[in-house]
Design a protein around this ligand. Structure first.
Ligand SMILES: Cc1cc2nc3c(=O)[nH]c(=O)nc-3n(C[C@H](O)[C@H](O)[C@H](O)COP(=O)(O)OP(=O)(O)OC[C@H]3O[C@@H](n4cnc5c(N)ncnc54)[C@H](O)[C@@H]3O)c2cc1C
Length: 420
């Protein structure tokens, strides 16, 4: 096993670090105002990051999930909201590139990002969605067949970066199919007639992601903008695609943890109590807490990098050999291993980051809870780490099935189910 970063990874990391240093200068302002970091999205485009996970044949950098993970960790240290919302663009492209969609469709979507510099938001969640039962991802948003395409109507929630994006990649239930879990994937311009946003995003953390509600009112999508065949069961599709969709998310939270570590190191090395000759960093309890943060975050980093590497290896093999027959990852055994390792990584990252950002705030004390303090902002952003999909409980409940080698068909639904 090779632990070193490649020359490409180091190049990507260096560019991401430079971007993050600039983003950091405006992060507090965007957080306070809940304003979209438009200029940061433009800088990411100019740095060629819109195509980071896109294969070279479609004009991308082919950095893989590992390369993206390294970049996201850095960007989040400058502005967590920019990293989390931009992640939706990267996660969409990673999932589509890993899918079994026909090459011409992949090329079309990839080149929107790489050649045309378009920003794509991924919009799946709806007001009634909960990961407690994946079936709730069945779309209430309807797609009505009309001449030359579909008309979409419904309401989506948590639409990070939606209003700043050029295109929306969203899911809807085609009315002509009886199974309510069937969903089609549509990619449509954000300024399409019938698209509007409800500004409801006034939250504890990740404020500048502007994850507002999206309303679709009889919005026309031509057949060319529907990606492939409908997905038969959206809950199952999501369950098998967790790694390509959520490894990038997880890296963002890891970056929040490392930003908190840096912020508290700066704080305790500069703060010297009156009447003492040393800064707080020499206090044994502070030293112990900082060491604990560092150890836990470093462990989380390497588990996440490991699963990103494992996923890249698996998908790369699929690309050239066992190409999946439909959306999703299907190589028996390998995909299960990636999935189980991902749940371990998200659980560890979520818990480590939430604990680290809290510990950093506590070490900063009352002085750290004022609004301009980076520790206060990182505490709020970090608080969303365990609850960001897949939440810690979800990771453990899914991992337990793999760990105990249980038959998923034999596991009872946790709540009474009305759909088959
Ligand atoms: C900052 C932010 C940005 C987002 N951006 C987007 C976006 O751009 N696009 C998008 O589509 N969605 C987005 N989402 C939505 C996200 O992916 C979830 O769909 C959304 O958060 C809905 O789930 P929930 O938070 O209500 O938690 P739920 O899934 O309802 O979970 C609530 C709690 O229930 C427990 N739980 C959940 N599942 C299980 C389980 N299987 N077993 C045991 N216990 C369980 C856990 O304790 C969990 O914390 C975003 C969310 C946030 C917070």
């Amino acid at each position: 096993m090779e632990f070193g970063l490649t020359a490409d990874h180091i190049r990507i990391q260096t560019v991401a670090r430079q971007l993050a240093a600039d983003f950091a200068t405006r992060a507090a302002e965007h957080d306070r105002d809940g304003s979209p970091p438009q200029e940061n999205y433009a800088a990411l485009r100019d740095a060629g990051f819109y195509g980071l996970v896109v294969p070279k044949e479609y004009g991308g950098q082919e950095a893989g999930l590992l390369g993206y993970t390294i970049a996201a960790e850095e960007i989040a240290q400058g502005c967590a909201s920019t990293a989390l919302s931009f992640n939706m663009h990267a996660a969409t492209l990673a999932s589509l590139m890993h899918s079994a969609l026909p090459d011409d469709i992949k090329k079309w979507v990839a080149e929107l990002a790489t050649k045309q510099g378009k920003l794509i938001a991924a919009i799946l969640s709806e007001p009634s969605t909960t990961s407690i039962v994946p079936m709730t991802f069945a779309c209430s948003t309807r797609a009505r067949r009309v001449s030359g395409g579909y008309r979409l109507s419904g309401k989506k929630s948590f639409c990070s970066m939606g209003e700043s994006s050029d295109y929306l990649c969203l899911f809807a239930h085609p009315e002509e199919i009886a199974n309510p879990q069937t969903a089609l994937v549509a990619v449509l311009p954000t300024d399409s007639p019938g698209v509007r946003f409800e500004h409801v995003w006034d939250t504890l953390g990740m404020r500048a992601t502007r994850s507002d509600n999206l309303i679709l009112e009889d919005c026309f999508v031509p057949d060319e903008a529907i990606l492939g065949e409908p997905i038969p069961k959206i809950g199952e599709w999501l369950a098998t695609n967790e790694p390509s969709f959520n490894i990038p998310y997880t890296a963002v939270y890891l970056g929040v943890g490392f930003a908190a570590l840096q912020a508290i190191k700066d704080n305790v090395t500069q703060r010297q109590p009156k009447g003492y000759g040393q800064p707080l960093a020499y206090h044994p309890d502070i030293r112990r807490r900082v060491a604990m943060m560092s150890a836990q975050l470093e462990a989380a980093r390497w588990l996440l990098r490991y699963v990103a590497w494992l996923a890249d290896e698996t998908y790369e093999r699929q690309r050239y050999t066992d190409r999946p027959k439909q959306y999703g990852t299907t190589v028996e055994g390998q995909a299960a291993e990636v999935l189980a390792t991902y749940f371990k990584a998200k659980y560890i990252v979520g818990e480590a980051v939430t604990a680290a950002t809290r510990s950093a705030l506590e070490m900063g004390g009352g002085h750290a809870i004022f609004k301009p303090s980076a520790l206060e902002r990182l505490f709020r952003d970090g608080a969303t780490a365990t609850m960001q999909h897949p939440p810690s409980d979800f990771c453990l409940s899914s991992l337990s099935v793999h760990e105990l080698q249980l038959d998923p068909q034999q596991i009872q639904p946790p709540l009474t189910q009305v759909w088959e």
